[in-house]
Ligand binder design. Structure first.
Ligand code: FAD
Length: 317
């Protein structure tokens, strides 16, 4: 089912969902199941599966280093299919502009249609690890809007190059990213919102936000988006702090602010077990207020172990 239909059918009740990261190459899928199993009692209508960009590795041979390209966490669409089959849940593959040609994207979308995957999260992706800025792949898209356009064209029966009549249209429901504290490259929140509006006008059906730790940022973002005419559901993304190093990593990587109260609470923790507990309690308080405000879905970023997401879900759903 489409995410937008799940939201409509919920009649104003807040739904629970989460995002998982494919296992690193070499690990089997059981570890992923072991982390998802405890969350299924909270009836997530959908699970997002991220896609990681390709990266360079250096292989030593006879004293020289050979630069090779690899993808450390392949398998997004396969994992979506396996979760759908195992749990009878809708899955949302993240599809990136970065590192993919438009043709590769088309083949991936065709696979999704065969697998009965009805939702796609359309993203640009970040710069590669050793590049400062995002570089458009040869034959790929530069912005998520272009990717949304490609998906919408397919929804309307138009492949990239082939003039073929489709027996059935894929009808993908399309999600895009939104940034309550603006995207790191955007010159201002207002101009980033204009770009978000372009994504919605191109056909995006809903927005999932970047993590934020101060609900006020989300509420102001939604108000500003509505004032600009962005009327699709805006799903808040929540990440519980789990280790002390998050205090440095999250602002550095995602260019977001952390509230001083949260920083102080983490600072006094003796170990990461205590930090994990602080993260859980903060996320519960944040989620309770968002739920009271009637958000359509509470979407959690679960990196690896899911015990913290389970503790949060137990307090809310
Ligand atoms: P875009 O919407 O294309 O925007 C990127 C920047 O370009 C913004 O600053 C925007 O203001 C600007 N812009 C947009 N259009 C134009 C234009 N026409 N001209 C000039 N500027 C423009 N990354 C992954 O690698 N894998 C994932 O699975 C993944 N999942 C994510 C899930 C969510 C919910 C979120 C919020 C982010 C996720 N990301 C993921 C990170 C995302 O790929 C990065 O934040 C990326 O830098 C931007 O992606 P976007 O789709 O928002 O890009």
């Amino acid at each position: 089912m489409k995410i937008t239909d799940h939201i409509k059918n919920a009649n104003g009740k807040t739904l629970f969902s989460f995002e998982i990261v494919p296992p690193i190459k070499g690990k089997n899928i059981q570890g992923l199941y072991d982390n998802i199993d405890p969350l299924m009692e909270f009836n997530p209508p959908f699970i997002d599966v991220t896609t990681s960009r390709e990266e360079y590795i250096y292989i030593e041979k006879d004293g020289l280093f050979d630069k090779k390209m690899t993808r450390m966490r392949p398998g997004t669409v396969g994992i979506c299919a396996s979760l759908k089959h195992k749990y009878d849940v809708d899955t949302v593959p993240h599809v990136l502009c970065g590192g993919f040609t438009k043709e590769e994207t088309e083949y991936m979308l065709v696979d999704c249609q065969y697998l009965g995957i009805e939702n796609i999260m359309a993203l640009r992706g970040d710069a590669m690890k050793d590049e400062k800025y995002f570089v458009t792949a040869k034959g790929g898209h530069s912005y998520a809007t272009d990717l949304v356009n490609q998906i919408q064209n397919l929804n309307n029966g138009k492949y990239l190059h082939d003039d073929v009549k489709m027996d059935s249209l894929p009808g993908f429901c399309i999600g895009v990213a939104g940034y309550p504290e603006k995207h790191m490259e955007a010159p201002s929140l207002q101009s980033d919102l204009k770009r978000l509006k372009e994504k919605v006008e191109a056909g995006a059906d809903y927005v999932v936000t970047q993590m934020f730790f101060d609900n006020q940022k989300y509420f102001e973002f939604v108000d500003a988006a509505r004032a600009m005419g962005i009327m699709v559901p805006i799903i808040p993304g929540i990440k519980p702090i789990a280790v002390k190093r998050h205090l440095q990593i999250l602002p550095q990587v995602f260019k977001i602010d952390l509230p001083q109260d949260l920083i102080d609470a983490v600072d006094v923790c003796k170990d990461n077990k205590e930090v994990r507990q602080v993260g859980i309690e903060w996320a519960i308080q944040q989620s309770k207020k968002l739920k009271e405000a009637g958000v359509p879905v509470l979407h959690y970023y679960s990196m690896g172990k899911s015990d913290n997401i389970k503790a949060i879900a137990k307090a809310l759903f």
